[in-house]
Ligand binder design. Structure first.
Ligand SMILES: NC(=O)c1ccc[n+]([C@@H]2O[C@H](COP(=O)([O-])OP(=O)(O)OC[C@H]3O[C@@H](n4cnc5c(N)ncnc54)[C@H](OP(=O)(O)O)[C@@H]3O)[C@@H](O)[C@H]2O)c1
Length: 323
């Protein structure tokens, strides 16, 4: 019986660098009533995982554990096969191919995981492979900002080559927006394939001096600031960022603009992960969203995967092949 078996998982019990992770044998989890158990085939290492491992920023410990991590196995994205059902689950069958997100409790850097059947999980559309389906984290973070756009509006995505940036371009296009993507030389072709209407090479041109204005300027990679971008905003334009900004300026400015009522600067936090995963499944089924794949590592090499992701140089997502 599989319930008496052990599984491999990447575990850490102290915050710190990737070397804090080690592969351990831990019990295979049992699905509680209303849960499914998934045999994980693919997961990712993403910037949420690396930040949580290092407890960065420090205040994140309020959620992840003040002195020691509450969850000892990271991994927010998964794609795999339903393997067992808790009592009362009728929406999935063993053998079903699923993908999803574990935004609150992580745990996908392991051979098996359990999660609520009504959580952030959906069937993998069509013939997409597990690697192609394990794409949620960056897209979910992008969705909260891109959701500010409506059809016909204009958007500039700064850093359109990362997990969040590549997703932001595609999700903005799916909303009918006109997208300008800012990337470096090695990602010009990628931005073109993602469907950007205009592409700016930040290595050749000062993107902030192009003389155009936008409804939304999205710093998807945390490398610019409101001060650098404010001339790019039209009268009601919004600057949004994924990161705190220099000297926490994005947070402080979002509070200030919140008080003044204009909400010109925002650091949106994504919500409704279950709804988003179902939306992403629809977009992938309609061929309107594709994950951008950088490289893959076996679970045994997860420390190397974390080290690579921490360079801040990945293109789209880094996959971990678990099985
Ligand atoms: N708010 C949250 O909870 C949350 C969650 C996840 C991530 N984040 C933050 O969101 C940011 C993006 O995450 P991600 O996973 O999308 O990042 P990522 O995939 O690691 O982004 C890497 C990409 O950014 C490009 N890049 C590096 N420096 C750049 C620059 N100066 N200008 C433009 N592009 C540059 C790199 O290509 P080139 O160097 O070749 O240009 C690379 O393709 C990170 O700062 C991360 O900390 C926040």
């Amino acid at each position: 019986m599989i319930d008496t078996q052990m599984m491999k998982a990447a575990v850490f019990n102290r915050y710190g660098p990737p070397e804090m992770l080690s592969l351990r044998e831990v019990p295979v989890p049992r699905p509680a009533p209303g849960e499914i158990r998934v045999r994980v085939v693919a997961t990712t290492v993403n910037r949420t995982d690396t930040a949580t491992l290092r407890a960065h920023p420090f205040f994140a410990r309020a959620m992840t554990g003040l002195f020691h991590p509450k969850m000892q196995t990271l991994g927010m994205d998964f794609a795999g096969i339903v393997d067992d059902l808790g009592d009362g689950v009728i929406t999935y069958q063993p053998g079903g191919r699923v993908f999803g997100l574990l935004p609150d409790k992580f745990g996908a850097h392991a051979e098996y995981l359990c999660m609520p059947a009504d959580g952030a999980v959906a069937c993998i559309p069509g013939n997409l492979s597990f690697d192609e389906a394990v794409v949620g984290e960056g897209a979910w973070y992008a969705s909260s900002t891109v959701g500010l756009l409506s059809t016909g509006q204009t958007c500039l995505v700064y850093g359109a080559s990362g997990a969040i940036g590549t997703a932001a371009v595609q999700l903005a296009k799916a909303r009918g927006a006109k997208v300008t993507a800012v990337v470096g030389t090695r990602h010009l072709d990628l931005a073109n394939r993602l469907g950007a209407d205009r592409i700016i090479n930040y290595e050749d041109e000062d993107f902030a001096a192009i003389g155009e204005t936008f409804d939304l300027v999205f710093d998807a990679v945390g490398k610019t600031s409101w001060f650098a971008c404010r001339r790019l905003l039209n009268q009601n334009g919004i600057f949004a960022a994924t990161d705190l900004g220099p000297f926490w300026s994005n947070i402080l400015l979002s509070m200030w603009f919140g008080i003044t009522g204009s909400r010109r600067v925002r650091v949106p936090y994504p919500e409704d992960a279950p709804g988003f995963v179902r939306h992403l499944a629809d977009l992938m089924a309609e061929d309107r969203f594709r994950g951008v794949f950088d490289c893959s590592y076996p679970l045994d090499d997860i420390v190397e995967a974390f080290q690579y992701v921490e360079t801040g140089q990945k293109t789209g997502i880094v996959v971990i092949n678990v099985q």
